[in-house]
Design a protein around this ligand. Structure first.
Ligand SMILES: NC(=O)c1ccc[n+]([C@@H]2O[C@H](COP(=O)([O-])OP(=O)(O)OC[C@H]3O[C@@H](n4cnc5c(N)ncnc54)[C@H](O)[C@@H]3O)[C@@H](O)[C@H]2O)c1
Length: 323
């Protein structure tokens, strides 16, 4: 068995898609032995945000052990039984949610205005053995939200989880900002979050409860000398989340906000290399965050592990706000 373990450990770091496990010895591996190895390959890809889900097991294993293993494989996820709608699921933090939530057993609807990218993320999840569907969703349109929620329910039977993640950003001070751009920022980042909750809550109630995570920003808590409309929209997301948490606390629907610091995604594409370096130098951990590091925060908040957690603001910023 140690030979097998060795080859599997080697494979673990390289595999992206279904793992083929071929025991070198022809003897039967016990359930415990195979489960231990599966545990390693199962959880490692999840930690890396790789949508590798279902290892293919070939080799010798008794039928009884096989049945036990199959049972394990069907219920490995922290979000098993959940149906999640992720807005802005085509890119960055939203796409990381789609991948990781699928790895953890959720059925995922990814909504976005970027159709090609959204379909690519969903295709990747499906090829890895997960369950995900793309819908076109402009979060500032109430009718799009109704369609996305309908799609979740008709395809997967219910809606239990909402990640209000879609967002836009540009740096603009008070005098430079235009009314037109201000209205756009508010329509997507703020009104879009309210519309999402409004559309999703009735289905969550029907499902017997649910969890909502609204992706705000560190800029929803602290100020900066630019980005007035972004601050306004993200500050609103923070306080709307607390209001919603109180409104639905007795109905089994939990609402929390996450406040990312600087995360490496296309939304920051406008930064110069010098600005990137300045951000890294000013961040206590010495680097920018990864989209997965936000999605893992949501994973906790959307799982049943967080049953007593509502109305909180989870800051994930590499220590920035501790300074
Ligand atoms: N990256 C960061 O540093 C950072 C920091 C704090 C907060 N955030 C927040 O995280 C969220 C995700 O951003 P990201 O960093 O992954 O950026 P991103 O640009 O990679 O992703 C944003 C996604 O939202 C989608 N989107 C934009 N307008 C939309 C609309 N009207 N309807 C539906 N989808 C729309 C985009 O198409 C895109 O796929 C945003 O709300 C953002 O404000 C990001």
């Amino acid at each position: 068995m140690s030979g097998t373990m060795k080859s599997l450990a080697h494979c673990r770091w390289e595999c992206k898609y279904p793992v083929v496990f071929i025991p070198k010895s022809r003897r039967k591996a016990s359930y415990g032995e195979v489960r231990q190895m599966l545990g390693e390959i199962f959880h490692e890809p999840a930690r890396q945000g790789i949508p590798s889900l279902i290892p293919t097991i070939t080799g010798t294993c008794s039928i009884a052990d096989n049945r036990l293993l199959r049972k394990e494989l069907i219920m490995p996820g922290r979000l098993a039984g959940k149906v999640a709608l992720v807005s802005g699921g085509a890119s960055g933090i939203g796409a990381a949610h789609v991948r990781i939530f699928a790895v953890e057993g959720a059925k995922v609807i990814a909504g976005d205005i970027q159709e090609e990218m959204g379909k690519a993320v969903v295709g990747e999840v499906r090829r890895g053995g997960g369950e995900a569907t793309f819908v076109r969703l402009d979060v500032s349109k109430e009718s799009d939200w109704a369609h996305a929620v309908r799609e979740a329910v008709s395809r997967y039977g219910k809606l239990t989880t909402l990640i209000n993640n879609a967002g836009i950003y540009w740096p603009q001070g008070i005098e430079a900002e235009t009314l037109e751009k201000w209205n756009k920022m508010i329509a997507v980042n703020q009104t879009g979050v309210w519309l999402g909750m409004k559309a999703a809550v009735p289905e969550m109630r029907r499902a017997g409860g649910g969890a909502i995570v609204n992706i705000s920003s560190l800029y929803g808590i602290i100020g900066s000398p630019s980005s007035i409309s972004y601050h306004a929209s993200k500050g609103a997301v923070r306080i709307m989340s607390k209001a919603a948490a109180l409104e639905y606390a007795r109905q089994g629907i939990r609402v929390n906000s996450i406040h990312p610091g600087q995360i490496e995604t296309p939304i920051l594409a406008g930064l110069t290399p010098e600005q990137n370096e300045q951000i890294k130098a000013a961040t206590p951990v010495g680097r920018m965050g990864k989209p997965e590091e936000i999605a893992y925060g949501s994973l906790y908040l959307c799982s049943d592990e967080a049953a007593y957690t509502t109305g909180i603001e989870l800051i994930i910023d590499g220590g920035w706000s501790a300074q």
